[in-house]
Design a protein around this ligand. Sequence first.
Ligand code: CDP
Ligand code: MG
Length: 836
Amino acid sequence: FGVHREVDSHLKAHLSQKSIRRGSLLDDSLHRSSNGGSIRSDEVIFEQPEPLTKNSAVMEKILRQKSLRLQNQQKDWQESPEGQKMLEFRRSLPAFKEKDALLKAIAENQVIVVSGETGCGKTTQLPQYILESEIEASRGAACSIICTQPRRISAMSVSERVAAERGEKLGESVGYKVRLEGMKGRDTRLLFCTTGVLLRRLLVDRDLKGVSHVIIDEIHERGMNEDFLLIVLKELLRRRPELRLILMSATLNAELFSSYFGGAPTIHIPGFTYPVRVHFLENILEMTGYRLTPYNQIDDYGQEKKWKMQKQAQAFRKRKSEIASTVEDALEAANFKGYSLRTQESLSCWCPDSIGFNLIEHVLCHIVRKERPGAVLVFMTGWDDINSLKDQLQSHPLLGDPSRVLLLACHGSMASSEQRLIFDKPEEGVRKIVLATNMAETSITINDVVFVVDCGKAKETSYDALNNTPCLLPSWISKAAARQRRGRAGRVQPGECYHLYPRCVHDAFADYQLPELLRTPLQSLCLQIKTLQLGSISEFLARALQPPEPLSVQNAVEYLKTIGALDENENLTVLGRNLSMLPVEPKLGKMLILGAIFNCLDPIMTIVAGLSVKDPFLMPFDKKDLAESAKAQFASHDYSDHLALVRAYEGWKDAESQQAGYEYCWRNFLSAQTLRAIDSLKKQFFWLLKDIGLVDQNAENCNTWSHDEHLIRAVFCSGLFPGICSVVNKDKTIALKTMEDGQVLLYSNSVNAAVPRIPFPWLVFNEKVKVNSVFLRDSTGVSDSVLLLFGGKVSRGGLDGHLKMLGGYLEFFMKPQLAETYLSLKKELEELIQRK
Ligand code: CDP
Ligand code: MG
C-alpha cells in the first residue's frame, strides 16, 4: 500500500515538471513529415495558423501573400492537362450544382445539415469549396477546416483523394491525422481526422482556437464519439459565434439534428441514381428456381397468428429496444406464409432447407452465370463470414472458370494497397465480387457496382447494462441501412438488389439504427467528460441527442472509481488524468503506467499494443489445431495468453535480427504485419510515457528492463481488475465463474482452454463477450496474494474500503479465509508504513 501512495506522489511530481509538453503529448506528438519519413516532432500536430492580430499589418501582409500563392498554385494546376480533367470530373458531381447555395448557407448560419446520396461529392467537395472560397477571400492562410471521419481508413483515403484533386502532395494544404499517425504540414488548412483525434484536441484546446470550420461527416452512424462531440460543440458554438459547424450524411434523419441545433437549415444535394430493381426473398426464390421447404400446416390458426404478429410489430416499432424480437415475430409470420426458414449461423443468411449450398452462394452463382456484366457488392456481417465465404467461393463448382471471377474482401482494417484493388475496374470479362461489411454502405464508393446482395445483418456492439457485459452479435440492420445498401447498385447504370430476407421482415426493421451511446459501455467517455472538465457526468450525458440509460452511466462511473481513475466524489484522480492522456482504454492505460512504475514496461507495452492492435496469432479455418498447438508452445506452463504473446513477439524480434522473421511467423502461425504494427505502437507508447514523465527523458529504450513474470501478473491484475473469474478444477473440467455472469467459458484459442487444470485460483481477463454464453478472451492466471494486493484501488474508501470491496468478492467466491490473510497483511503493511 505504501507503493500505491508512492505511485500517486510519483505521478504528481512528474506532472508538475516543467518538461511536460502537454500540447504535444495530447495531440500525439508523432506524425509523418510531408517528405514521408517518420519523425518525432515536438511541435503540436495541430499547430494553429498564426493569430491575426489587428495591429499587425506585417502579419496580414504575410497571410495575404500566402493566400495568393495558394491561389496561383491552384491556377497552374487547373490549367495543366491532368488538372483540367480533374476539374471536369469535379464539376460533374451533383454537389457542384449546389456549391453556391452551400457556401451561402454556411456564411449565413452557424450550423447547417447537409444530406445527399453517397458519391454525390459531400466528403471530397464540400470541404474544398470552403477552402477555395476562403482562399479567394484572402483568408485562406488563416482558415482551418477540420473534417471528421468515423474510420481511420476513410480519413486517410479521402485526404489522399482530395490532395490528388488539388494536384498536391498529401501534407501540403490537405492533410490527415488518425490515432498515432498523420500527415500534416505547416500550411495544412484542411485536415481530415477521426472523431477521436478531434476529441483529443479538445483536451488541450477547449475552444478549438484557430479552427474556422468543423465538418462532421457520416453523422448518421451515430458513433459514441460523434454524439459526444455534438454535446461539446453545441456549447462551444455559443462561446465562439464565428465557428461554423456542418453535419453531413447520406441517409439521415435531418430533422433530429436540425432541431438539436435550434432549427439549423438542412440542405439536400439532389443526386442522380439509376433505378434499382429490388428483390426480396420471395422473388429470389422464384427467379432462381430454388425452393424452400414448404411449411405444411398453414391453417386458420396460422392466418390468425400472422395477423396478431403484425399488430404486435406495429406496437414494437415504437419501442426500439425490442425491435429484434419484432423481426423474430415477422419471421415466424413468414413461416406461416409457407416458408420454413432457418438462419445459417456462420453466414447469417437464409438457407433453403432442401439444397446443400446456402442462398448467398446460389444468388452469386445466379448473377455470375445469368446476369449482365457488372461488379457485385455483397454485404456480410463480419470479417469471419467474409473470409469463410471467400474460401468457399474460391473454387466453387457453380461459379465456373475461377480466372473470370475476381473475389475481393473489404474491411475496415485492411491495408491501403488492398483497398485500391476494390476501386479498380477489372479486366474485360472478369466479374468483380466484393465481400464487404457495412463500411461499404456509406463511407466508400465503388463505382462499377451493378448488383448488391444484402444479407440483412450487421455485427453490432451492444451493451447489456444489467449485467454490465458488452455483446457483439449480428443484428438486423435498419430500414435506412437497407435503403443505403440498395442505393449502391445504381451508380453507373440500372442495378439490381437482392435482399436475402422476406419483405415482411424488412418491414419490421427499425427506421434507424440505435446510436452507439445507447448500446456500449461508457467508461472512456466518462473519463473524457471529467478530463475536459465538463461537470457532472450524468448531467452532461443528459444533454445528448438521445441520452443513455442512467444505469449504463452509473456502471461506467462505478468502474472508473473501482480502478481508481475517479475518487468517491467523481473527481479525476492523478491516475485518471494520466489515463486520459493515453490513447488506449483506461485499463490498458493503467497497465502501461504501472508497467513504467514497476520497471516491467517492455513486456507490458507488448501486451497493451497487442490488445489494442489485434491478435497476432492466426487461426486459419482449416489448420486450427496446428495453429492452436503452435500458440500453446509459447504458453509453456504460464497459463497466460498475455505472456504467450510476449514470448511470441520476443521470438519474432530475435528471428528478425537474424533475417528469419518471415519464416518464424510462417512456422508459428503469426501475422508478421500485426507484429510489426505492435512494434511501432510500442515505440509510440514509449514516447508518450516519456512525455508524461513516467519514463526517464533520456532513456533510449526499455529492453533491458525487468521481465519478472510475477510482477507482470501483478500489473495485469491491477489493470484488468475487476475483470476476474474464479477457477475451480474439477475431475475432467474446469469451472470458471465471474461475479456478474456466473458460469463463463474460454474462447477455444486461449492457451487456458486446452489445459487439463489451471493451477491458479483466479484468471484475470481483458474482455468478455456475450455470444450465447459469456466467453472470456485472453486470460492470465494469478495467485490469491496478487489479487489481494493488486485488485482494485487502495485509496477507495481507504484500506477498509478496499477490504470491503475485495471482501465482497472473496465472500462471493467462498474464500473467507483469504479475508483473514488480508487483514493480517494489512496490519503488517500499516506498521511498515508508519515506521517509514
Ligand atoms: O461523400 P460522398 O459520398 O457524397 O462522395 P465523395 O466521397 O465526396 O465522392 C465523390 C466522388 O468522388 C465519387 O463519386 C467518386 O467517383 C469519387 N472518388 C474517387 O474517385 N476516389 C475516392 N477515393 C473518393 C471519391
Ligand atoms: Mg462521404
